[in-house]
Design a protein around this ligand. Sequence first.
Ligand SMILES: NC(=O)n1nc(-c2ccco2)nc1N
Length: 330
Amino acid sequence: MKEPAQRILELRTELDVHNYRYYVLDEPSVPDAEYDRLFRELQALEAEHPELVTPDSPTQRVGGEALNAFGSVRHEVPMLSLGNAFEEDDLRAFDRSVQNGLGLQGGDLFGAGAEIEYSCEPKLDGLAVSLLYRDGQLVRGATRGDGTTGEDISVNVRTIRNVPLRLQGSGWPDVLEVRGEVFMSRAGFERLNASQAEIGGKTFANPRNAAAGSLRQLDSKITASRPLEFCCYGLGQHSAEPAATQVGMLQRLKSWGVPISNELKLAKGIDDCLAYYRDIGERRMGLPYDIDGVVFKVNNIEDQQQLGFRARTPHWAIAHKFPAMEELTE
Ligand SMILES: NC(=O)n1nc(-c2ccco2)nc1N
């Protein structure tokens, strides 16, 4: 019979791999029943040996008592909101401003100028959060708040099943602040409202409100019962650059167990961006989650830093919005 400590480590490692394959790669490695059996074996062993429990164990996702209030967190790197483009011309103007900012012949109404590489992804309509990892361990979660100061929701983010409690693989920096959107799928939103209606509880107007209301619960057991998901779209503070490009950085984060968008693409030039906008626009209602546009970011990280940001919005990123849904129903 194996030493309990050894068996506990084996089970944790195996459960982390199953979580990674299920939530990040979307390729489950075992049936749910097998996952549950391993999970219960770990719970039983930890109950017999409480001194062997560590915060990053998969059994530790739901915290203890409800909080009376959220602590506040200061964002070392401000959490920006995005500038918006509504029309094709706004997007072309953005591309020209990027080229001018990079000292390229910025193109003009007649010539396209240089071809800038952009990352492309859907703009999830959820709640922006920051997840801080130190030595690969999730140590803090915070809401965006006003961009400089957010709420400490560390206990709540740990209940989101696809948020890794510790990073997988190797080579991650000692300090890595991951940023992304917490959202609720439409199906999860419908299920939640149906069950809320049944118990006479609060129902929500849309998945974004449901995600915000579920995440900002003082009782993490309520958060744990809600179908929340996380999708990473960038970084905050970090002690080393994971990659030279936005797409490369996100792919590296994925290899460390952090979920990213499966619609992430690389565009070469603004015409490719427009093609992506039209493609996602056509598929928008078929996506399992609400989006309110797509996000283009200058792919080269050094170029992003050279461009910096104005007031509160980055010069290197733009949200290209779709018409609001209510307009569509007219
Ligand atoms: N909401 C969303 O999907 N976002 N938001 C950003 C963002 C906000 C500030 C910098 O980048 N990126 C993506 N994909």
